[in-house]
Design a protein around this ligand. Structure first.
Ligand code: ATP
Length: 239
């Protein structure tokens, strides 16, 4: 894959764990229980994508598909202050798409094509969270096949944008605390077939002691499994 770009998570340790930051042309999924830091990393990336390359960004803009109303402009202001960026300019480069249900979420992802074609320099799409609507709408065994088919379609759209326009995809996924609870995780279950050439990174986030967080890389095709510690502070995600 040519011209792969990397975006810093704010933590050098997490960046190193995943091979130097989240990659364009790839899908990165973070999963973990409530409060593990998924939305915080999403906010951080929405800012760091805008930084120059030597500071961990790609001088790009992003689309933030918000499914649970978790986007907080005040948080962007704090993080952009830390990087000495003008917070209004920073907010202008974050294209918020509130998704009211799963069909709307799928549509919002498709619309990114038009945004890019109109000349907006989108280099990152965040979906926070990937599964919330799908889980709420498709309940029970009999709807599982339809759910997976819709989810497939959504991931396919995202993967296409990633490879066509050299964009990074960042997905969050809430799961229970117990690791054996993620067998049903969507990208794991169908990723191999659906995601085509876009490689997938999966990072499991856990709460540690004294406000620390642990990130563990799992199922990576070409990086060693491992874990590291990071923190969430008012400045954002840090080592
Ligand atoms: P959910 O699945 O419930 O959405 P999540 O993994 O997305 O959870 P986050 O919202 O990313 O969780 O993390 C929330 C945690 O981040 C808070 O519990 C708090 O510990 C920490 N946090 C958020 N904002 C700040 C801040 N300004 N300063 C320090 N810590 C913060």
């Amino acid at each position: 894959r040519k011209d792969v770009g990397r975006i810093s998570t704010g933590s050098t340790a997490v960046d190193e764990l995943i091979g130097g930051g989240i990659e364009t042309q790839s899908i990165t999924e973070v999963f973990g229980e409530f409060g593990s830091g998924k939305s915080q990393i999403s906010h951080e990336l929405a800012v760091t994508i805008q930084l120059p390359e030597d500071k961990g960004g790609l001088e790009g803009e992003c689309v933030f598909i918000d499914t649970e109303n978790t986007f907080r402009p005040e948080r962007i202001e704090q993080i952009s202050n830390y990087f000495e960026l003008d917070h209004e300019e920073t907010l202008n480069k974050i294209h918020i798409a509130r998704a009211f249900n799963s069909s709307h979420q799928i549509l919002m992802a498709e619309k990114v094509n038009e945004l890019i074609q109109s000349g907006t320099n989108i280099r990152l799409i965040i979906v926070d969270s990937l599964m919330a609507h799908f889980r709420a709408e498709y309940i029970g065994r009999e709807s599982l096949a339809t759910r997976q088919q819709k989810l497939n379609q959504h991931l396919h759209t995202l993967q296409n944008i990633a490879t066509t326009y050299n964009v990074a995809i960042f997905l969050t996924n809430q799961v229970q605390a117990r690791p054996d609870a993620f067998f049903g995780s969507p990208t794991k279950a169908i990723g191999g077939h659906v995601l085509g050439h876009a490689s997938t990174y999966r990072v499991w986030l856990k709460k540690g002691l004294a406000g620390k967080r642990i990130a563990r890389l799992v199922d990576s095709p070409h990086l060693p499994e491992g874990e590291c510690v990071f923190k969430i502070t008012s400045d954002g995600v840090v080592d």
